[in-house]
Design a protein around this ligand. Structure first.
Ligand code: C5J
Length: 222
């Protein structure tokens, strides 16, 4: 067992049982004309972390540890999109509508794709998820079981929505979860800060948080 410098206390790492989960680094959340922008958000906050997420992914690849990507998306016939989700709020375009990058958050559309800088490489698992959490209605749990994974490092967007939801799902399923603080972002800086605080509060009630450098320092020597 090795330790990663983390909050609220060192993360007891078992690199041979560890995977990186990169949540929803999709064009639809990061580029003008996508879903994030349709909700009135400043998508530039998301693009700024791309080099950091890339460095973390590369560190896992260099260490020979699994990288798993998720994409929030729906079937073209919208059969996995509850009306309660499609009709929520007042976006300029809704999930399933045609936007400048194709149909919003629909599998196979250009805007739904993972950003090219962070594209999965051959052999990496990509989980298409209809919900905010990556365990809901997906094969993620089976994939992790097959690979013998018990510890998850998280990156991606947005911190307080899909990242935090998936961490909570994972925590309840018995995984030890570590959030890479500088490889995650929110459209709202105060929400990112609050999500990090609530994840590691009460003795890591949901999980730990750490910097990319401290995570890579440990796994590169493992
Ligand atoms: C959102 C996500 N924010 N990936 N999705 O709708 O966090």
């Amino acid at each position: 067992m090795v330790e990663i410098k983390a909050e609220p206390f060192p993360f007891p790492a078992r690199p041979e049982e560890m995977a990186l989960i990169v949540i929803d680094m999709q064009r639809d959340f990061a580029e003008p004309g996508g879903f994030g922008a349709s909700l009135g958000n400043d998508v530039g906050r998301i693009t700024r972390i791309v080099p950091d997420v890339k460095r973390l992914i590369q560190g896992f690849r260099n260490a020979g540890l699994p990288v798993i990507h998720t994409m929030e998306c729906h079937k073209p016939d919208l059969s996995d999109l509850p009306p309660a989700k499609r009709n929520r709020g007042d976006p300029s375009i809704r999930i399933g509508d045609v936007g400048p990058m194709g149909r919003i958050l629909i599998a196979g559309e250009p805007g739904t794709a993972i950003m090219p800088e962070l594209a999965p490489i051959a052999g990496e698992v990509v989980i298409e998820k209809p919900g905010k959490g990556a365990f809901y209605a997906t094969e993620l749990g089976d994939v992790l079981k097959r690979k013998g994974i018990t510890q998850l490092v998280f990156a991606g967007v947005t911190t307080e929505v899909c990242v935090q939801t998936t961490m909570r799902e994972a925590n309840d399923r018995g995984y030890e979860c570590l959030l890479a603080e500088d490889a995650t972002e929110s459209y709202f800086p105060e929400f990112k800060e609050a999500a990090i605080a609530m994840i590691r509060a009460q003795g890591a009630i949901v999980g730990w948080t750490a910097s990319i450098d401290d995570i890579l320092e440990t796994i590169s020597h493992a």
